[in-house]
Design a protein around this ligand. Structure first.
Ligand code: CP3
Length: 341
């Protein structure tokens, strides 16, 4: 079966010979060939030069025979295109050039010309699409409006997203104005990715899990629902909400085709709670990739066995892969899934 078709069928909960597999973000960091490129170029250069972005996107696929590729870029290109640049401070994490703290700051953010400003992502996608041909699926992505807002309000990485959560409670009109702007920018950006030939769009709600149960709808879900509505079935949508807890129903209400699930949930239970036509993606503990091929094979087989009763499972790690991941563990992961009958 063609990898691209296997991936698309799984998104639509159709039967497949085995679950498709790909791995989530920052796959490159454990690869010597990615680190070698980083010696020569900055992260921004790698993302903004379509030839280099093509190379980085393809690196994991040359080593591992996965069913889909995810384009090499970052969720933070949206705040950047809106006028809020990002960087990587020495100690790790993200630092934005400034933080959104007032109505005036929101006014400074622009939603004009997003497609043009992020044209380099469209060009990268076209190059990757041409290289993959019809063989493998290509995944485009964006951050969820809430997850992007946390970086924009906090001014970078932060532990508990306190300021962003405070703004949601204390000044809802201001919060909504910011989230509306981010959502508008994302609608144009995701449409550009669809026009450039992606097979699916993943929305990373990486920080959905810090929200109170009562705040989840207003702060995150409604904005993702709007994105899925605007995509309107042109390509399948995957919503990954980290630490989704008991929010299965809320996430299903976005009408995404696939829910991405972190490693702390029992994937079969999540699948059982969903309508039959909603697929799941996940959710092996990424830390296993730092251990041994034997452990990876054992845990992968367990997850495959548990999920074999369902249609609509895309195999993935429960979150991003760490720089400590071992190549032999990744190789065994993909082999185990491919050999699974
Ligand atoms: O697998 C891939 O490489 C696909 C491309 C991709 C990147 N970032 C490249 C990247 C994707 C899908 C992302 C998504 C992303 N970026 C998210 C959502 C997913 C998630 O993790 O929940 C978030 C929150 C970001 C923001 C971001 N970018 C963070 C927190 C970091 C790490 C900063 C640190 O502490 O090192 C990045 C950097 C980043 N984005 C790297 C890559 C390959 C690492 C850069 C490097 O170290 O070389």
């Amino acid at each position: 079966m063609n990898c691209r078709q296997r991936f698309l069928d799984a998104c639509h909960c159709k039967p497949v010979d085995r679950p498709p597999v790909w791995v989530m973000r920052q796959a490159g960091r454990h690869l010597p060939e990615y680190r070698a490129l980083k010696e020569q170029y900055s992260f921004h250069e790698l993302t903004q030069n379509p030839e280099l972005a093509l190379e980085v996107t393809m690196q994991p696929l040359r080593r591992y025979d996965m069913d889909a590729a995810i384009i090499f870029t970052d969720i933070l290109v949206i705040p950047e295109a809106m006028g809020q640049n990002y960087g990587f401070p020495e100690g790790g994490g993200i630092a934005m050039e400034w933080a959104v703290r007032s109505a005036g700051d929101i006014d400074k953010l622009s939603t004009d010309g997003i497609r043009e400003k992020l044209d380099y992502v469209g060009k990268s996608l076209e190059l990757v699409r041409a290289e993959l041909g019809d063989e493998k699926a290509l995944i485009g992505f964006g951050g969820s409006p809430w997850t992007l807002a946390t970086y924009m309000i906090e001014g970078g990485s932060s532990k508990d997203k306190r300021r962003a959560r405070e703004l949601f409670y204390t000044d809802r009109p201001l919060f909504d104005r910011l989230l509306t702007k981010i959502t508008d920018a994302l609608v144009d950006y995701l449409q550009m990715q669809i026009d450039a030939g992606v097979d699916a769009i993943q929305i990373f709600d990486s920080w959905g899990g810090v929200l109170a149960a009562d705040a989840f709808e207003g702060a995150s879900v409604r904005w993702m629902r709007e994105l899925v509505e605007k995509i309107d079935g042109q390509v399948p949508t995957i919503v990954f909400s980290r630490d989704m807890h008991e929010h299965t129903d809320a996430l299903a209400s976005t009408k995404a085709n696939v829910l991405g699930v972190g490693w702390t949930a029992r994937l079969a239970n999540v699948k059982k709670q969903l309508p039959d036509d909603v697929a799941v993606q996940g959710n092996l503990d990424p830390v296993l990739m730092n251990t041994t091929p034997e452990l990876v094979e054992r845990e992968t087989t367990k997850l495959l066995d548990e999920m074999s009763q369902f249609d609509g499972h895309i195999f993935n790690l429960g979150h991003g892969i760490s720089p400590q991941a071992k190549i032999e563990c990744m190789e065994r992961l993909v082999e185990t899934i491919k050999d699974y009958a």
